[in-house]
Unconditional design. Structure first.
Length: 145
């Protein structure tokens, strides 16, 4: 009886550890499980949100550049803004991604998820510089087949 409980004592932790491994993280064969369906989210600078029904988290780090044409000006070009987002699965490392409003890349793929920049607010005005913490970004995340 004592030998049987020792065997159980040695194998139980191994079986528990095997059952607790995450198979949906980066580098696994089950990338489609990271995000179940396409969805949009709006983030403020410095904000991080969990993607619904997923282990994925997205953060809006900063606006790297903003040369968009002010809404109260006449411009020959619409201009461009580049934002930096952070994305991670579970407690994994955060990957920095940079995407643009006008120039490419306007979207990027990370671990089977396409992240697209849909909108950056507020729109610039000629006489009013935008404070860094006033920005909001709207992004779309969708599984890539």
């Amino acid at each position: 009886m004592r030998g049987g409980s020792r065997l159980l004592g040695l194998t139980l932790p191994i079986l528990i550890a095997m059952g607790c491994t995450e198979s949906t993280g980066p580098g696994s064969d089950r990338q489609d499980a990271l995000i179940p369906a396409a969805q949009e989210m709006t983030l403020r600078v410095g904000e991080e949100k969990a993607v619904a029904n997923s282990v994925v988290r997205v953060a809006f780090g900063q606006v790297v550049e903003d040369s968009r044409c002010p809404i109260d000006a006449m411009c020959v070009w619409a201009g461009n803004a580049m934002v930096e987002l952070g994305i991670r699965a579970g407690m994994g490392p955060t990957q920095a991604l940079r995407i643009n409003t006008t120039l490419e890349p306007r979207s990027t793929v990370w671990n089977g998820i396409r992240i697209s920049l849909l909108e950056l607010q507020p729109a610039p005005r000629a006489a009013e510089p935008i404070k860094a913490d006033a920005y909001q970004v709207k992004v779309r995340l969708e599984p890539v087949s």
